[in-house]
Design a protein around this ligand. Sequence first.
Ligand code: HPA
Length: 262
Amino acid sequence: MTQRTAIIGGTGVYQLPGVEVERRVVETPYGEALVFLGLGEAQDLVFLPRHGPDHTLPPHRINYRANLKALHLLGVRRVMAAFAVGSLQPDIPPRSLVALDQFLDFTHGREATFFEGGEAGLVHVEVTEPYCPALRARFLELAAAGGVAVQPQGTYVCTNGPRFESAAEVRMYAQLGGDVVGMTGLPEVVLARELRMHYAGVALSINWGAGIQGALEIEQGLEARRAAMLRIFIETLRSPPLGACPCEGAGFVMHPPAEGRP
Ligand code: HPA
């Protein structure tokens, strides 16, 4: 099967500049997923805007399992995922790019695993290091070479949304160690790990967390930041990852134990 790579776009990322694509609906056991297959030079690249191309899907209605399974069925093994987030810490102001290395999951009611028991089995997947450190290292190296400032690590707090947070919630998330807050990072990253894919996440802050500076205000004029991020995503996916990572040999605890799954 062709080895492909993918970019998952969040709020504000509905196409890839300079990349010709073809629309494709992929059937999976979890439902349909809409993706855009790269053409020409980009034929190994798949683009998936997680809110849909017209941003019609709220975070809790996104079919994360269909999306990740569709990418896997297409032969995708490496993913760069973009997130719009709010800033929780004073040293990460809006407009910052953050290469994520940890998460705090506050979502509920989402289909969060491929292993629902029965035929599918039961798996406790290891996510000590949930984002691929080798892909992140390559992204950071290429960002530095391209003169694009990126915070090298950050903890992503995932709320269920679609509402924003109260000021007290933002204070709590910051105290718990969160750096940025968004609504779509989970269960995407965990599903990618269940499929043993290499998955890195990069957040672009578009506002201060609620209450940090009064009323929540969304930054405008972020097109150049987004374009720079996407350019480095493409460069990252075109070059080999840097260093070792836990993604493919992820420590799965299975019940009953089974060789060679999934
Ligand atoms: N909170 C949650 N999700 C977000 C925010 C926020 O402040 N900004 C962008 N996505």
